[in-house]
Write a protein of this length. Structure first.
Length: 569
């Protein structure tokens, strides 16, 4: 054997060993109480123990050897919000990386692999590093659990402690931390001295924990404010803004409202964004201001005494309600080159385009629909043959599916497909494993989502028919052919019939036990990364299309599962 061949074999063996150890680490991680369990526990307790979350986090960190003084050494940008907080953090990371700083970014949830939650210089830490850091943190916690009141942290709390460990070991210049849920009692709120705080757009989500009104939710989100630490917020509803301003006064935190980012700066140069969607201009504007405060603080800490150069003057920018001064090249490049998978993302393949957005609130779904309609229409103009549109949807947790599904009914889909966040019927990857929700409960939720879509579609068609009949006195159109679904039984919630097309010319609906089989059907076997064994014949209405456009939305975990199967561009 040649030396080159032996080295190749050694490299393969080493890679296989690293992958094995990584999967062992993630399997162990999955045994910890997950977010879903934590949420259910909080619901049952009515949130009575939520105030103990941050004190417990401090104890967990100390058991790992991380004191609050150590946390203070991290230069942190802390961001809460309902919609766009991840995108805001991603913009921050990209902007500061393009200015030459070593960045750390902690986010949630992950799309494909849990190591995505820890990014150094924009790249998820390697499987090898994840494994080493994981066992280091877990080992220290297990050694001290006998004497601890709370032996082991929950899934997200553990990852939060691990993120601090990673950032300290990697010696990052800046740590960008995205809040998990809420803010006041979130695991990340053990941070007591961030450089700057941000609040992205607010809406109704996790209402069973945070409250069912926007003012209650705003109270939680403002919980990350700290005395004397500057904070910025995107434009908000009046009720939410009032709460943010009142809490800022109580805490002693200067709060500034940031308007949306214009299309051009004051020099007439384009300001383009690497993430699609109209709401991203709000997130980008917030990120620009957060980074401005951070870089100013950094320069002040380093006590730079040199006379400002021409390039330094370019950093003296600030957004207000009337203008944007010239942004530094590094900032505009950071905005342009920012990538945040699963949010207004399109992946194009031969004969199929995937439109991916993990929207799970009313406002984010509405924005997703606007983006999808515009982008898919532009793509359709470039295709000579027939194009069909298919929805792939799932909704989980305590979210009201009707709020998300109703606006999707009006999108003109040819078919709507529903499945759980399960990759394959017989197995799942360790990163996608959810030990807290039974397969049966997930499938029941899928069926309920599909039946709800059908009822709303029937209702819409009946309204359209009534409006048409009331405005036309003479028509040659034949009456719509009724489906086998009995409308009365639908109104009464009878789920006994749930198969295909309800009314002629209506959308076709179909449910599947996993993502793989749903994609195989939706793509009509065009997706090479799914198994043809689960392929079933599609109705004639969907056959022989030149191109298929698939919108995947309702759950970021569903989006992650799809990306895990088809791969990213």
């Amino acid at each position: 054997m040649t030396t080159k061949f032996l080295r190749s074999l050694s490299s393969v063996a080493s890679s296989a060993e690293i992958n094995k150890k990584y999967e062992e680490a993630v399997t162990k991680l999955n045994t910890l109480q997950s977010n879903a369990q934590t949420l259910e526990k909080i619901r049952k307790q009515g949130g009575k123990r939520s105030e103990q979350n941050v004190p417990n986090m401090i104890k967990f960190a100390e058991r790992v050897g991380i004191s609050l003084d150590d946390v203070d050494k991290l230069s942190i940008i802390h961001v809460s919000g309902t919609k766009g907080k991840g995108s805001t953090c991603a913009f921050c990371e990209s902007i500061l990386r393009h200015q030459g700083y070593k960045t750390g970014f902690f986010s949630s949830p992950h799309l494909v692999e849990v190591r995505e939650r820890f990014r150094i210089d924009g790249i998820p830490i390697s499987r090898e590093k994840f494994t080493n850091y994981f066992w280091d943190v877990l080992g220290k916690l297990e050694k001290t659990k006998k004497s601890a009141e709370d032996p082991m942290p929950a899934y997200f709390a553990f990852l939060t402690v691990m993120s601090l460990h990673v950032f300290l070991k990697e010696k990052v210049d800046v740590a960008i931390m995205e809040v998990g849920i809420g803010g006041q009692y979130d695991s990340t709120n053990l941070v007591r001295k961030p450089v700057v705080c941000g609040v992205s757009s607010l809406g109704l989500d996790h209402t069973s924990i945070l409250g069912e009104t926007i003012d209650k939710i705003a109270w939680h989100k403002a919980g990350i404010f700290k005395p004397g630490v500057p904070a910025f917020t995107s434009l908000q509803q009046e009720a939410a803004l009032n709460v943010l301003q009142n809490r800022a006064k109580e805490i002693g935190c200067p709060l500034t409202i940031v308007p949306s980012l214009p299309m051009l700066d004051s020099n007439g140069d384009d300001i383009t964004l690497g993430i699609s969607g109209t709401m991203q201009r709000h997130n980008a504007a917030l990120a620009v201001q957060l980074c401005k405060v951070w870089t100013d603080s950094r320069q002040k800490d380093q006590s730079q005494q040199e006379a400002p150069s021409e390039d330094d003057n370019n950093h003296q920018f600030i957004l207000n309600h009337t203008e944007v001064k010239t942004l530094p090249t590094a900032v505009t490049e950071g905005l342009r080159q920012c990538r945040w998978d699963g949010r207004d993302q399109r992946i194009h393949k031969t004969g199929v385009s995937y439109y991916l957005d993990g929207a799970h609130t009313l406002e984010s779904v509405q924005q997703c629909i606007e983006w999808f309609k515009t982008s898919s229409a532009e793509e359709s103009k470039q295709i000579s043959g027939r194009v069909i549109r298919i929805l792939l949807f799932n909704s989980t947790g305590d979210r009201e599916a009707n709020v998300l599904i109703e606006p999707l009914v009006d999108c003109g889909f040819d078919a709507a497909v529903f499945c759980p966040n399960i990759l394959f019927s017989t197995s799942n990857t360790v990163d996608a494993t959810n030990l807290t929700v039974t397969k049966e409960s997930q499938l029941n939720r899928v069926l309920a989502n599909m039946l709800l879509f059908e009822r709303l579609a029937v209702k819409k068609l009946q309204q359209q028919k009534h409006e048409k009949e009331s405005t036309q006195t003479d028509t040659s159109c034949s009456a719509a052919k009724k489906s086998k679904l009995d409308n009365d039984s639908l109104e009464n919630g009878d789920n006994s019939q749930h198969t295909v097309c309800m009314i002629e010319d209506s959308v076709i609906t179909k449910d599947f036990p996993c993502i793989s089989s749903a994609l195989t059907w939706a793509t009509q076997g065009r997706e090479p990364n799914t198994s043809l064994q689960s392929f079933t014949e599609v109705p004639s209405k969907l056959r022989n299309a030149e191109h298929i456009q698939i919108l995947v939305t309702g759950s970021i975990h569903l989006v992650g599962g799809v990306i895990g199967l088809i791969g990213s561009e």
